[in-house]
Write a protein that binds this ligand. Structure first.
Ligand SMILES: [Zn+2]
Length: 327
């Protein structure tokens, strides 16, 4: 059975885990790290289901048929716990973390493994991290805790050191393109490029009107730069959208502008479909100011993950863009 959570670029890590499982050396806690949009959660689900399955396949995947698999798919398996962020920017709930710990501590209700996942683990606050630490220090047999994290440096070192780290990287471009075409995206190149090669992010934006909005964003940058429209009016259009996405597009555009401003025909231009427009914009701006703007964007992208006033954040970014070269 082709498992819905099987992603081709996970195969090496999957086989590594399976070898450990066969050898009886599966760790109690795994830390899946790597950028967003490459399917770390899917890997966690694939692994958790495989451990609960009563008749796993030869490759280690869940059978999808047994009672455990049916309960898992229905979301009613009693030996699975998950803690996820309920709201953008908020910490993971401490009571949810405590419930998860209880689930791992008590006897398995269905016989066999008990599994749990925490995602994104960087949202554990200090109290929750401390509670989890005790479980990591004294694990019960046949338990697996999977922490999913795109910023492992923001996890306490005490947590990190007690987990088996499994780093995931962005897949090879060709592999990602093949996979996206299999998902029904006819021309996935632009979508993949604008999300820095993360296939699941590419799939999300290719199937929506986000790509059109991204093209519009470049036009708006041009219009503000030429004095054709005001930054505040423009900002209003984007504040209603996924601000994290808008910040990452701006960052990607400006990073390309810096590349294009430094050398002719630079390699690694991510927005290759917009090279002409970006070259023109880059030529009209001072590179030092572009670097400063890039810093501001990185900061904004980080802020956009917290509970910030998105209207003000976006407005500030367009005002800064408008001011470039006017000081
Ligand atoms: Zn099964």
């Amino acid at each position: 059975m082709a498992h819905e959570n099987c992603l081709p670029w996970h195969e090496t890590t999957w086989q590594l885990i399976q070898r450990r499982r066969v050898a009886g050396r599966l760790p109690h806690a795994i830390l899946l790290t790597g950028p967003n949009g490459i399917g770390k959660e899917r890997f966690a689900e694939r692994l958790m289901q495989a451990l609960l399955c009563k008749q796993p396949e030869a490759g280690g995947d869940a059978c999808g048929q047994c009672m455990a698999c049916q309960l898992y798919r229905a979301g009613t398996h009693p030996d699975v716990r998950r803690v996820t962020a309920e709201e953008q920017g908020k910490s993971l709930r401490i009571d949810a973390v405590r419930e998860l710990i209880d689930g791992l501590t008590f006897k398995s209700q269905y016989g066999g493994y008990k599994v749990a996942s925490v995602s994104p683990a960087e949202r554990l606050n200090r109290a929750a991290a401390n509670a989890l630490l005790k479980t990591l220090e004294e694990p019960t047999p046949e338990t697996l805790l999977v922490l999913v994290c795109s910023r492992p440096s923001s996890l306490p070192a005490t947590i990190r050191s007690r987990c088996q780290a499994m780093p995931f990287a962005v897949p090879e471009r060709e592999q990602a393109l093949v996979w996206l075409r299999q998902q029904g995206i006819e021309s996935p190149e632009t979508a993949l490029d604008v999300v820095a090669g993360a296939p699941l992010s590419a799939l999300a934006i290719a199937g929506s009107d986000n790509l059109a909005l991204r093209a519009q964003l470049l036009e708006d940058l041009e219009r503000i730069a030429s004095g054709g429209s005001g930054p505040t009016t423009t900002a209003a259009r984007y504040a209603k959208h996924d601000v994290q996405l808008v910040c990452s597009w701006l960052l990607s555009y400006v990073t390309d502008m810096i590349r294009l401003a430094m050398v002719p025909n630079p390699p690694g231009v991510r927005n290759s479909d917009s090279r002409k427009g970006l070259t023109k914009l880059a030529a009209a701006k001072n590179p030092v100011e572009l670097f400063e703007y890039q810093d501001a964007l990185m900061n904004a992208r980080w802020m956009s993950e917290t509970q910030v006033n998105t209207q003000l954040l976006v407005e500030d970014l367009f005002l800064r863009w408008d001011r470039l070269g006017k000081r």
